[in-house]
Design a protein around this ligand. Sequence first.
Ligand SMILES: *Cc1c(COP(=O)(O)O)cnc(C)c1O
Length: 409
Amino acid sequence: MSVWFPYTQLKTAEPNLSIETGQGEYLITQNGDQLIDGIASWWCAIHGYNHPRLNMAITEQLSKISHVMLGGLTHDPVEKLAKKLVEITPNGLSHVFFSDSGSVGVEAALKMAWQFWKNQNNSHKKSFISLQHSYHGDTLGAMSVSDPEESMHSVFSDLFPKHHFITSPSENTDQALTQLEKTLQDHHETIAGFILEPLVQGAGGLKFYTPEFLKEAQQICSNYNCLTIYDEVATGFGRTGTLFAANQADTTPDIMVLGKGLTGGMIGHAATLATNKVFDSFWSDDPQKAFMHGPTFMGNPLACAVALESISIFESENYLKKIKNIESILNNELMGFNHPSIKEIRVKGAIGVIEVYNPEKLKEIQNQAIKQGLWVRPFGNIIYLMPPYIISEENLSKAIYILKNCFTS
Ligand SMILES: *Cc1c(COP(=O)(O)O)cnc(C)c1O
């Protein structure tokens, strides 16, 4: 076996399905089977596959230059994308640092928060607060702020620095707020920031919580000189029903990370945005105060060109309306379903989650779904739909029907 596949015990796993092409919401296998993609390639393919406008944007850029370094050089697509992101993200975020994946975007955010304090001669503020059930990526820094016990990283948990984990607001908002305040009361002198996935905790189990938590948390953090970092890698670009999850609380974090849907799923890329307050602590005559980070492929022209086109499609084709429609179909056709093996069903934006008591059942449900023409991939004790936003109403209903059918048959 030459390809080392992710998160899988390869010895016992069934062979992966081989995909030949993609079209709209369909994945087409080498055998010619068509599968509705229920999870948008790990949530990033928001326009589905083979979108003519995205293809065109990337081909046009390809004929000019596909990559050039951002050290000492710049180019139109990166300049335009930075401006556009500043325009569409919450008010106050005004500077954009690019990188090649969500995890690296999170690393950049953590380093930015550290160096923010260090540049002000405060080298004590080094640790972070994070939520239980959080997931922020697979690299070392990102793993260290992801749930140490419940995530797929528990095998590495004694390798990285210990941060402060508080109750997830998805379980108890008041307790989460109390713990946040208490942790800051006791440790604010050593805490650089609070990193969180706003409204939806993704790979930690698709757990939802309310905008009120974000509002209150923002206030508590500012009382204790604690930066806030919103990891919107999964929630950004409409997934929770608004362009960004932050919009629902009307809050602006000090730092925000975007990835996944940023390029419409066409190429790996991420953006770490910061406010003037953060940026200004790096602005100095002292070269040591410059931000010390710079991935080779940051601001890749193909990625930037396709990201701009993706945002333009999102805006011109009123994707927020499409997402509302997906949400109401999920609410109407999935929410009321029940079965003795199901613990809870929840819906937010273009996310529909079925949580079960016994995760062992899910493998069989996945196999049945694939046989009936739906690609889904359960993790932990959930199986879920996070489809491309372009999915037709018929196919969304069909995907929901297949999932329900897998439980009852
Ligand atoms: C997927 C994800 C990441 C990591 O992004 P990669 O591109 O896989 O490195 C970080 N944070 C959140 C919330 C994610 O969902």
